[in-house]
Design a binder for this molecule. Structure first.
Ligand code: PLP
Length: 481
């Protein structure tokens, strides 16, 4: 393919994306295909001879689109949002076109410096303490990963390295393997599965602590666990708190947890994957009170901030621990610029991978084309739409709100046995007009309704509610479920 053909293909692809996004209101949010629909119809091997791009683009409609779940649809109310936007898509196109791998400064100075600048913009947008930001004379700094899971794993591994080195410096005769076997990390029963998985990947105990009746991890639960574990000869070294839990969007009490972690020399990590975007609005910042105690903090601009997947931001107060944990030198990374970099990070030490994509371009485009007020208006609008849905639920005495409505998430159920809510969910999934997922709270089955799409408007909330009400199961029919 030459540049001329690329221009035609690229323009056709941009038109395709614009047409697709404009058509979302007319598409069922869930596909109607059966497992194997694609794998059993496309050729088993790559073509021997080159094909025409027009043929490939045509197959988007016939092969790919029938199996797409439309996350940008105004009727998508599942999981948490994973938004895209036109400025972000253009940033992604330019990133793919330039495709320089910023493994250190000289490998792509623009990519590295833009990422540092964007992490400072984002940190200020969320009003994070200054210590998290990059500055020539500080130790703080941010980095863009592909996922919150990655951020959590890396913070855990960094914390593990810090505690092992500390114990070894105090007790040089202790064996590393023995020290590591005694480490214990904590998350809560509401933490994302990424926390447990990080524990598995890091080969460390991840103890799951109970939350209070509002699904928050509190200081008392942590204190008790630390006391018991220390008594049993274990070494607590890491706590993961969540701001905006996946199940019910609860906010752990950082003001209680943080001082305990600081006092006990335990790494304190805060995961705000979804709710982090809300801190762009001053009225939601009370929910992150205590963030100043954190050693590291992550949120996903690729969830609620119009930046397409993947883009997960993480900051550390003292990035030297991270670099110390993962530094591996090779002669071919040496370059003169390493010495005069005015306090800029060498990102190859910050990642699991050596090379990284240019993710900062899409952040730059979105922040400039929406502005702070654009992000704030979007969060406020979605929170108000969730309130509209909450009011509809509360005004119908067949239903109940299960947990306090928080951000764009409403957890609700039909009053009575779980079978009713389960049956309603099955019927909604069969009809495919709206998509929401189930959850549980204190052994009760519930449905999570999330305002996700940037296209979702008041009339879509009314539509979703009417769709739900139209599928009310009758009590007798659900008795066997
Ligand atoms: N943390 C929280 C609170 C989440 O809600 C999620 C996903 O929804 C994650 C972590 C995992 O995010 P990722 O898919 O970026 O790893």
């Amino acid at each position: 393919m030459d540049a001329k053909e690329f221009r035609e293909f690229g323009k056709a692809a941009v038109d395709y994306v614009a047409d697709y996004l404009e058509s979302l209101r007319d598409r069922a949010v869930l596909p109607s295909v059966k497992p194997g629909y694609l794998i059993n119809t496309i050729p088993k091997e790559a073509p021997q001879h080159p094909e025409k791009w027009q043929e490939v683009l045509k197959d988007m409609d016939s092969v790919f689109m029938p199996g797409v779940t439309h996350w940008q649809s105004p009727n998508f109310h599942a999981y948490f949002p994973c938004l895209t936007s036109y400025p972000s898509i253009v940033g992604e196109i330019l990133s793919a076109g330039i495709n320089s791998i910023g493994l250190n400064w000289i490998a792509c100075p623009a990519s590295l410096e833009l990422e540092v600048a964007m992490m400072n913009w984002l940190g200020k947008l969320l009003n994070l303490p200054n210590e998290f930001l990059n500055s020539p004379d500080g130790t703080g700094g941010g980095v863009i990963y592909g996922s919150a899971s990655e951020a959590i794993l890396i913070s855990l591994l960094t914390a593990k390295d810090r505690i092992v080195k500390k114990i070894q410096s105090e007790y040089p005769h202790f064996e590393e393997g023995i020290i590591k076997a005694k480490l214990v990390a904590y998350c809560s029963d509401q933490s994302n599965s990424a926390a447990e998985k990080a524990g598995m990947l890091a080969s460390t105990i991840m103890r799951i602590l109970p939350t209070d009746n509002k699904c928050r991890l509190r200081g008392s639960a942590l204190e008790e666990a630390i006391k018991t574990d220390r008594k049993n000869g274990l070494t607590p070294f890491y706590v993961l708190a969540t701001l905006g839990t996946t199940g019910t969007c609860a906010f752990d009490d950082l003001e209680e947890l943080g001082p305990i972690c600081n006092r006990e020399n335990i790494w304190f990590h805060v995961d705000a994957a979804y709710a982090g975007t809300a801190f762009a609005c001053p009225e939601f910042r009370h929910l992150m009170a205590g963030v100043e105690y954190a050693d590291s903090f992550n949120f996903n601009p690729h969830k609620w901030m119009f930046i397409n997947f993947d883009c997960a931001a993480m900051w550390l107060k003292d990035s030297r621990y991270l670099v110390d944990a993962f530094r591996v030198e090779r002669i071919f990374f040496k370059n003169k610029c390493e010495e005069d970099k005015i306090g800029l990070p060498d990102y190859r030490h910050w990642h699991i991978t050596l090379g990284t994509r240019i993710r900062a371009l899409k952040v730059w485009f979105v922040l400039r084309l929406y502005g702070v007020e654009g992000i704030q208006n979007h969060v406020r609008k979605q929170v108000a739409l969730a309130k509209q849905f909450e009011d509809l639920v509360r005004n119908d005495n067949r239903f109940e709100i299960v947990t306090e409505v928080s951000m764009g998430l409403v957890c609700f159920r039909i009053k009575g046995p779980d079978s009713l809510t389960k049956c309603l969910h099955e019927k909604l999934m069969e009809r495919k007009n709206i998509y929401l997922i189930a959850g549980t709270f204190r052994n009760k089955h519930l449905l999570r309704f999330v305002v996700c799409s940037s296209m979702t408007d008041s009339k879509d909330i009314t539509f979703a509610w009417e769709e739900i009400c139209s599928q009310m199961p009758d009590k007798q029919a659900t008795e066997e479920i």
